[in-house]
Design a protein around this ligand. Structure first.
Ligand SMILES: Cc1ncc(COP(=O)(O)O)c(C=O)c1O
Length: 342
């Protein structure tokens, strides 16, 4: 997800002291809030260890300054490529196989042949974490169509490029994990399945970026995107859930939701604790009258929502089911994942 790409490479040192108000913030290593200027300063500052980030491009490692791809890469020229955002927790890469499967499915859907095997990419992601001494962090895995001509024809691109960046991310200011987000429904509809299927996690995120701009213009951090029929699809970089009468509900994939890895984890955790889980079509009315609402995503993790289009949701505070799922999710991240330092 590219909600805030400037922060994707923020290399906050592990032992940096942060705000105390992170009761719901799942990552204690998240940088303190403070707006973009603060981030720019952090971004330019040397890391605690003085080491530069090492970035994987097509089998070789480059330091940050020298990690470059061609201006003729169709990933840049046309957004032609696919990607994954992945998290590492406690020295393990969380749900790595699931992310790699989704990457290969996205690539298959756009007829892009990834020039590495699944096992090779898994090894490369883990090694890239090691190279960057990551225990808790965010990994961006990108496969571009590669260098081609100025025309659209992807067959002119002889070799796709594989890029891996292992750093940190912060999608929303930490205080929102405690008090909850305020969302707005935007006019930009989610892509039609028949145009650019929202299940494909492609490098072309303009649909989401247009919606994000609308949210930011109305003073909200995140946007709810509807599909062309008016049903809720998802947010610009997250899946959306509501709790109603003890049931956990989220839009179906057919409504235009990404097959979110965190979405799947949360649905499983809810079922394990005896909660009924459903995937009906949801309207804004259903959201307004929900008992609780929250978003899920690899970058965002689980974040409560307390207001939508000016309507207070439930009690106006993060609800008990949301808090319970945040706790269960955190516990799972402590024990699950591909070990980086076996
Ligand atoms: C549009 C969109 N929806 C939902 C998600 C959440 O998916 P996941 O939990 O796999 O990160 C993402 C992030 O990848 C996204 O970009």
């Amino acid at each position: 997800m590219i909600s805030n790409p400037t922060t994707a490479v923020d290399k906050t040192p592990k032992n940096t002291k942060l705000t105390s108000n992170q009761a719901l913030s799942p990552d204690p290593n998240l940088p303190a809030p403070g707006g973009s200027l603060r981030f720019k300063l952090r971004r330019l500052a040397p890391t605690l260890t003085g080491e530069t980030m090492r970035i994987f491009i097509d089998g070789k490692y480059y330091d940050e300054k020298n990690a470059k791809i061609s201006v003729f890469d169709h990933g840049l020229l046309y957004g032609d490529g696919v990607f994954e955002g992945i998290r590492a927790y406690h020295g393990r890469v969380f749900k790595l196989a699931e992310h790699i499967d989704r990457l290969f499915n996205s690539a298959h859907a756009i007829l892009l042949k990834i020039p590495m095997t699944r096992a090779g990419i898994i090894r490369a992601v883990v090694e890239c974490c090691r190279q960057n001494k990551i225990r808790d962090g965010y990994i961006r895995l990108v496969v571009t169509r590669g260098v081609g001509t100025l025309g659209l024809n992807p067959h002119k691109c002889k070799r796709p490029s594989v890029i891996i960046i292992a750093g940190k991310i912060q999608l929303y200011p930490p205080e929102f994990y405690q008090r909850g987000l305020d969302l707005v429904t935007v006019a930009t509809a989610r892509n039609l399945h028949s145009a650019l299927n929202p299940a494909i996690k492609s490098l072309n995120y303009l649909n989401n970026i247009m919606a994000k701009i609308e949210a930011l213009n109305s003073g909200c951090e995140e946007a709810i995107m509807l599909n062309s029929e008016g049903f809720v699809a998802e947010c610009t970089g997250d899946n959306l859930f509501i709790v109603k009468a003890g049931q956990l509900l989220t839009p179906p994939l057919s409504a235009g939701a990404l097959y979110g890895i965190t979405r799947g984890v949360v649905m499983e955790l809810a079922r394990e604790s005896g909660m009924a889980v459903g995937e009906p079509n949801l309207t804004r009315y259903d959201l307004f009258n929900a008992d609780e609402c929250f978003l899920t995503g690899t970058g965002a993790e689980l974040i409560p929502v307390v207001k939508i289009d000016g309507r207070v949701i439930g009690s106006g505070k993060p609800g008990p089911a949301t808090k319970k799922l945040v706790g269960q999710f955190r516990e799972l991240t402590k024990v699950s994942g591909e070990p980086i330092y076996p």
